[in-house]
Design a protein around this ligand. Sequence first.
Ligand code: GLA
Length: 384
Amino acid sequence: MGAQQVAERFAELYGAEPEGVWAAPGRVNLIGEHTDYNDGFVMPFALPHQALAAVSRRADGLLRLHSADVEGGIVERRLDDLAPQSDESWTAYPAGVVWALREAGHAITGADVHLSSTVPTGAGLSSSAALEVVIALALDDLYGLGLRRWKLARLCQRAENVYVGAPTGIMDQTASACCEQGHALFLDTRDLSQQQIPFDLAAEGLRLLVVDTRVEHAHSGGEYGKRRAGCEKGAALLGVDALRDVPHAGLDAALARLGDDEEVVRLVRHVVTEDHRVERVVGLLRSGETRAIGPVLTEGHASLRDDFRISCPELDLVVDTALAAGALGARMTGGGFGGSAIVLAEATDVDNLSKAVEEAFAAAGYTAPRVFEAVPSAGARRLR
Ligand code: GLA
């Protein structure tokens, strides 16, 4: 669905043209998983899949929300009634952003919103961050708030953490707000400093496939929070602010200090080696050795599977099958416990690889996966 259609549907629903239409993409993370809430490094890029929002202001303290992707009519909320964890439906994402903006002192007086998204939900591709960021950007523009992109991302994260109640990090919202076409975003989640790293796979005869396993995941469930708490315990035991502060060269010594707390040892080892993998991938991309990032991605998967323990049989099957069929590298991406994997491959191998993964899923009796090519796309922006 394009900007024109979203605007037309808005006019049907609300009886007037919208003041504007905005877009915000989903993302895949190339490397740097479960490092963001440890103040570490991540490297996502934006997908061509995006959430679109047609929005107009209101002056009467009402928020009216409609989605093309969900059954049902317009949902109406009074701004003064918005309260954390009062809503378990999709409306919590846009409403949470309005709540977070108002809580930060911005005088939002209401809005009419029509949303339509092509980001697959529950697939680990940040469909919720796309919804949050598109609303935040629309309100920032319409109300003239002049917020920087990183600040918008922070407010969206607050909506997700406090209003929705999912204890996630800052990666997804920053990716949606800040990514640029043809680039991966090298983000330091401690100070949100960013570098756009050129990532043009097609020019090198390469492709990156996303394989959505169709195993749905949720971060408000307990496992994500448990990993996060385990990492915080590790940092406390090591006397650092965050695991980001444990240098890779000092990892063995740090692990020795953790003694026989096997679970914390595994979590710390993942985070410290993963931050190092991000730096290695950045170095390889900068020196033009794109193919050489493949094994680093695959190492990352092993670490998430064996140390962080957030993979699942379907994700492992994608990785194992893709590697056996000649992929340069493969790993799960996103929060884990389902969702999607990424596969780096020679362009000439892509058809065989996709077929091999689809056949392996059929043989295992799994739901057919959704396979598509990911091209680094534009971040959030106004369309009209
Ligand atoms: C989810 C969270 C992110 C990040 C990833 C794991 O996508 O929303 O903040 O923690 O999981 O890297």
